[in-house]
Write a protein that binds this ligand. Structure first.
Ligand SMILES: [Zn+2]
Length: 83
């Protein structure tokens, strides 16, 4: 009995971060949009930024940046055309 601690050490820094809102770490499982790049007639994906406010990406050929807003007033389209 004497050797038994009366508290529990809860190491929160190890393993998974807090469960909520941390599901989309990294590119895997992260929301994306399909983009048709009219500038170069190519097709690629752009991914949502860390803040979750925009989809951002660059043309794979000419590196032209594009962003698409997320949420109300933004697009719900999964397919996006960049001029
Ligand atoms: Zn381009």
């Amino acid at each position: 009995m004497a050797a038994r601690p009366d508290y529990i050490v809860d190491i929160k820094g190890l393993g998974h971060p807090t469960a909520q809102g941390q599901k989309n770490n990294g590119l895997r499982g992260r929301p994306w949009l399909a983009v048709q790049w009219k500038c170069c007639s190519v097709y690629s994906r752009i991914y949502r930024n860390k803040a979750g406010t925009l989809y951002e990406g660059r043309c794979p050929k000419c590196a032209r940046p594009v962003s698409a807003q997320v949420g109300p007033g933004g697009t719900s389209n999964r397919f996006f055309e960049a001029e």
